[in-house]
Design a protein around this ligand. Structure first.
Ligand code: ATP
Ligand code: MG
Length: 265
C-alpha cells in the first residue's frame, strides 16, 4: 500500500516566487489499484510522482510504501519499490546501449550484488520471451542500440523495463502523450497487460480524459496541489467526461484548463 500523509511541497520557499505545488495532500492507494490522475496545468501531478519516487522530498508530511517510511530515502534507495515511465520517450531508456543491455539493467535492479551476473543466454531467453509478447518484433533486435528505435518502440521497452523487476508501484507520467494516437493505443494495451499480469499498483497521469475514465479502477482529479475529486466503483463506471468536468467546476468554481487535455477520444 502507498500512503501519503499530509504532504506539502513548496518550490522557491520564502521567496517572491514561492509556489505551493502540493498542499496538505493525503492519499492511500491499496495494493493492486490502478489509479488514473488528471488535472489542470501545474496542478502538481508530476510533482506528486516526483515525491513518491524521491526526485524531491516533501517539506512536510510522510510517504510510506508497504509500511516502510520512504519520505527521505534518496531515489536509488527506493528504486526497488518503483517503476516509472515518463512522457519523454528518451528518458526511460539508455539510447547508446543495446536493447538487451537496457533490459539487463532493469532485470538486475534490486537484486543483491551476490546474485548479480553478466548478461547471459538465460537472461536473453527471458528478454526474448517478454519482447515477443509485446508484438513489435523487438525480440529479433536484442543487439540493436535503443537510439535506433522509434518513439513507440522505446516507450514499449521503457514499460517493459519499468515492470520487469515487479515493482510495488508503477508510475506513469503522460507516457503516451508524445506518441501518435495509434501508437498510443498500442502502448495503453501493453500497459493494461503488464499491470494485470504483474498485479501492479499503478498511478497513471494522463491528459486524455477518456483514457482516465476507461483505464484503471479509480480516478483522481487534481488542481493547485490538491486532489479535488476521487472517484471509483459504480460512480466512476457511469461517469462521462462532461460529468467529470462539471464536478471540477462545482468544486473549484472555475473551468478545467489543461492545454493538452483531449476532451473526446
Ligand atoms: N523543479 C521545479 N522548480 C520550480 N517549480 C516547479 C518545479 N517542478 C514543478 N514546479 C511548479 O510546481 C507546480 C506543479 O507543477 P507540476 O509539474 O507538478 O504540474 P503538472 O500537474 O504535472 O502540470 P502539467 O499538466 O503541465 O504537466 C507548478 O507551479 C510548477 O511550476
Ligand atoms: Mg506534468
Amino acid at each position: 500500500m502507498l500512503k501519503i500523509d499530509r504532504v506539502n511541497k513548496f518550490f522557491f520557499r520564502n521567496s517572491p516566487d514561492e509556489r505551493w505545488a502540493i498542499r496538505n495532500l493525503s492519499l492511500e492507494v491499496q495494493d493492486g489499484e490502478f489509479v488514473t490522475i488528471v488535472g489542470s496545468n501545474g496542478a502538481g501531478k508530476t510533482t506528486l510522482l516526483n515525491l513518491i519516487s524521491g526526485t524531491y522530498f516533501p517539506d512536510e508530511g510522510k510517504i510510506a510504501i508497504d509500511g516502510v517510511d520512504v519520505t527521505h530515502l534518496p531515489p536509488h534507495r527506493r528504486a526497488v519499490y518503483l517503476g516509472r515511465v515518463f512522457q519523454n520517450t528518451f528518458q526511460g531508456t539508455a539510447p547508446s546501449l543495446t536493447i538487451e543491455e537496457n533490459l539487463a539493467i532493469a532485470y538486475l535492479k534490486g537484486k543483491s550484488k551476490g546474485i548479480r551476473m553478466a548478461l547471459n543466454e538465460r537472461m536473453r531467453e527471458v528478454f526474448r520471451k517478454e519482447l515477443s509478447a509485446i508484438g513489435l518484433g523487438l525480440e529479433r533486435r536484442l543487439k540493436d542500440r535503443v537510439g535506433l528505435l522509434s518513439g513507440g518502440q522505446r516507450q514499449a521497452l521503457a514499460l517493459l523495463m519499468a515492470t520487469l523487476s515487479q515493482p510495488k508501484i508503477l508510475l506513469l507520467d503522460e507516457h503516451t502523450a508524445n506518441l501518435d494516437p495509434k501508437t498510443g493505443e498500442i502502448i495503453m494495451e501493453l500497459t493494461t497487460k503488464l499491470v494485470h499480469e504483474n498485479r501492479l499498483t499503478t498511478l497513471m497521469v494522463t491528459h486524455n480524459l477518456q483514457d482516465a475514465l476507461s483505464f484503471g479502477n479509480r480516478t483522481l482529479m487534481m488542481d493547485e496541489g490538491e486532489v479535488v475529486l476521487d472517484v471509483a466503483g459504480e460512480e466512476r463506471k457511469k461517469m462521462t467526461i462532461q460529468e467529470l468536468l462539471e464536478q471540477f467546476n462545482i468544486r473549484r468554481h472555475k473551468m478545467f484548463v489543461n492545454d493538452r487535455a483531449l476532451l473526446s477520444s
